[in-house]
Design a binder for this molecule. Structure first.
Ligand code: COA
Ligand code: AMP
Length: 636
């Protein structure tokens, strides 16, 4: 079958198509009801199906005689260690840890927060939750205690699972201290905190509710609890327009079906092959393609703890490819840009045998053509940009490698993936002509695997995604389609930015900056950054009479964002301006600020209150650029 026939089938004959895909999984009870829709036309998949994700990822492979095959290649550039964990060993650990959690009263529907570095115990904890029907919520380890506290208060976990420390470029991240700080701030108090001790001598587990990860594994084993297809497998918080993160809820049956389908048909992976997604389990890529996708499909997944550069060098990825004979790789363009900066001629890359690699997938942010061309040329393998988001859980645009070979043109994120009826709409919800930019929306129903709601917040779910264009899901991205059906993503249409592949909310940063005693009003926008894709800067208007040096207030704001969100926000600049450009109705013209900051040509919006302010902004930014240099390098 070719791509077009397969795609058309997925749209025109949805139920039949997705019933067939569900048939590739070992359900406890095979679904007979394939698709239901709620009042807004929002899909619920496989309503009467029953299954267990941990069973599909582990037990099913062991039962099929593949227990001795590698499930995880743990490659820690951070500690200079590596190990292999077979399916049988992983199942054993998961069954033990799940029993330990169950002894603590965790069961079907309980929520558990996992705040851990990239170590196998994090994967064990995720799969153990799935085993007993508990709902995990993994929080990215780079987030500060305040972010963790917000997630604790929203998810109300029974347990927090963490580790003694993480490692970032040789510096230790004190997870236990960060959890303690978050718990001080959070209103909700989990029953227990569980810590994995990475080395002997970490014995600060003194609190009444603090337990040792390994001690918990001494309570026997437990089997799988089958759950209905709609049962939430996890909540994954992501950034939205405001400071409060959105808890994306993922179901079990639809997600398992979509991941299995994507492994075979999108990524073109065979069971038993080696899949290396160089992301973090705190992000959706980590959930879908470090943990669940590869394990469902019987692959060996590479769990990589480290950075693509400097740990020890920019050959790290290729060293792992050679050592583990990686067949398929996935990373963010920012990682490739970092490698290119350190190894522009590919000298380090050439030291390793990368023959096993069939293709490299890029996602998480827009991939610039120069980076795409560089890596394609150096690696000599197909480089496939593809587009998706936390909400979708799996690719929406790209190249379905099982059916098509023609790599999309540079700058394009590809064609619609099976199941996604993607449209470009204008402000009134009408489809625009090809080549015209608009809102990227998906005609309902969404295929299996996409978010089912926001955690305990149906109203925000509806308002954020379904209200603007009835009958469509709003992706939050803008872009256009060409005559051949290839889409081009031009960027977010909301207050979300992508810094080093990390999705962050400028709205949240703005709320924090506005709390500073000297700030009358402010705008935080994302500007272009050579390495990181984007990074945030603040434009601030000082309160009347508030006297401060720009450098002082900037230092305070940098510290504030670091403390509240984390170093990953890469917030480095606050520029004082006399006023902000606004529409006559008082809306800040953020897009125009971005254009000015990025040195792009801009047209004066017709709605602007006073056009003279644009020149002031231009001068303030340019002066700043010359005087102190907009730092694109890491600050000392
Ligand atoms: N835990 C704690 N801190 C973290 C962290 C984590 N998991 N990840 C990043 N940070 C910190 C860094 O240590 C750094 O702190 P510093 O300012 O005190 O030095 C800060 O956050 C900024 O980090 P980052 O933006 O990552 O810059 P970097 O120079 O450390 O690394 C890259 C640059 C490009 C190598 C790195 O961002 C990278 O590997 N990006 C790929 C991301 C990715 O795979 N995303 C997944 C999307 S699919
Ligand atoms: P996240 O939810 O963190 O995965 O971030 C999703 C957002 O990242 C999308 O809505 C896009 O704005 C952006 N994004 C992801 N992949 C791509 C891509 N291939 N091209 C352009 N933007 C992308």
């Amino acid at each position: 079958m070719n791509y077009q026939a397969m795609y058309d089938e997925s749209i025109d004959n949805k139920e039949q198509f997705w019933a067939a895909q569900a048939g590739h999984l070992k359900w406890k009870r095979q679904p007979t009801t394939i698709l239901n829709s709620d009042n807004d036309g929002y899909a619920q998949w496989y309503a009467d199906g029953m299954l267990n994700m941990s069973y599909l990822c582990l037990d099913a492979h062991v039962e099929a005689g593949n227990g001795m095959k590698p499930a995880i290649y743990y490659e820690s550039a951070a500690t200079g260690t590596s190990s292999v964990i077979t399916y049988k060993q992983l199942l054993d650990s998961v069954a033990h840890f799940a029993a330990g959690m169950r002894n603590l009263g965790v069961g079907e529907g309980s929520t558990v927060i996992i705040y851990m570095p990239m170590i196998p115990q994090a994967v064990i904890a995720m799969l153990a939750c799935a085993r007993i029907g508990a709902i995990h919520s993994v929080v990215f380890g780079g987030f500060a205690p305040h972010e963790l506290a917000m997630r604790i208060d929203d998810a109300k976990p029974k347990l927090i699972i963490s580790a003694s420390y993480g490692i970032e470029f040789g510096k230790k991240i004190p997870y236990k201290e960060l959890v303690d700080a978050a718990l001080k701030e959070a209103k909700h108090k989990p029953d227990y905190q569980i810590y994995y001790r990475r080395e002997k001598g970490f014995d600060s587990l003194g609190g009444r509710n603090e337990l040792d990860f390994e001690a918990l594994m001494k309570c026997g084993t437990v089997g799988c609890k089958d759950v209905p297809s709609q049962h939430p497998l996890y909540i994954l918080y992501t950034s939205g327009t405001t400071g409060t993160p959105k808890g994306i809820v993922r179901d079990t049956g639809g997600y398992a079906t979509a991941l299995k389908f994507s492994m075979s048909n999108f990524y073109g992976v065979q069971p038993g092959e080696v899949f290396f997604a160089a992301s973090d389990i705190g992000w959706v890529v980590g959930h879908s393609y470090i943990v669940y996708g590869p394990l469902l499909h019987g692959c060996a997944t590479v769990l990589f703890e480290g950075k693509p550069v400097k740990m020890p060098d920019a050959g790290t990825f290729w060293r792992i490819v050679e050592k583990r004979k990686v067949n398929h790789m996935f990373t963010a363009p920012t990682a490739i840009r970092a490698i290119r900066k350190e190894d522009p001629d590919g000298t380090l890359m050439k030291q390793y045998n990368t023959e096993s690699l069939k293709q490299l997938f890029l996602a998480g942010e827009r991939c610039d053509t120069a980076t795409w061309e560089w890596i394609g040329h150096k690696l000599g393998k197909p480089v496939i940009d593809h587009w998706w988001q936390t909400e979708s859980g799996w690719p929406m645009l790209g190249l379905m490698t099982r059916f098509e070979e023609q790599i999309p043109k540079p700058g394009s994120a590809g064609r619609a993936v099976c199941g996604y009826d993607i449209r470009v709409l204008d402000e009134d919800g009408n489809e625009v002509l090809n080549g015209t930019e608009g809102y990227i929306a998906i005609k309902l129903p969404m295929p299996p695997g996409c978010l089912t709601s926001l955690w305990k917040n149906e109203i925000r779910f509806w308002k954020g995604y379904l209200e603007k264009f009835p009958g469509y899901y709003l992706t939050g991205d803008g872009g256009y389609k060409d005559d051949d059906g290839y889409f081009y993503i031009t960027g977010r249409i909301d207050d979300v930015i992508n810094v080093s592949g990390h999705r962050l909310s400028t709205g949240e940063m703005e709320e924090l900056v506005a709390m500073h005693k000297g700030v009358a009003e402010c705008a935080v926008v994302g500007i272009a950054d050579e390495l990181r894709g984007q990074r945030p800067i603040a434009l601030i208007v000082l309160k009347d009479g508030y006297m401060a040096q720009e450098t002082d207030i900037e230092t305070e704001l940098v510290a504030l964002i670091r403390e509240k969100i984390g170093a990953v926000a890469f917030f480095r600049n606050a520029v004082i301006v006399k006023r902000l450009p606004k529409t006559r109705s008082g809306k800040i013209l953020r897009k125009t600020i971005c254009q000015i900051a990025d040195g792009k040509a801009y047209t004066t919006p017709s709605t602007i209150e006073d056009p003279a302010v644009l020149n002031e902004i231009y001068e303030a930014l340019r002066q700043r650029e010359q005087g102190m240099a907009f730092v694109t390098e890491k600050a000392a």
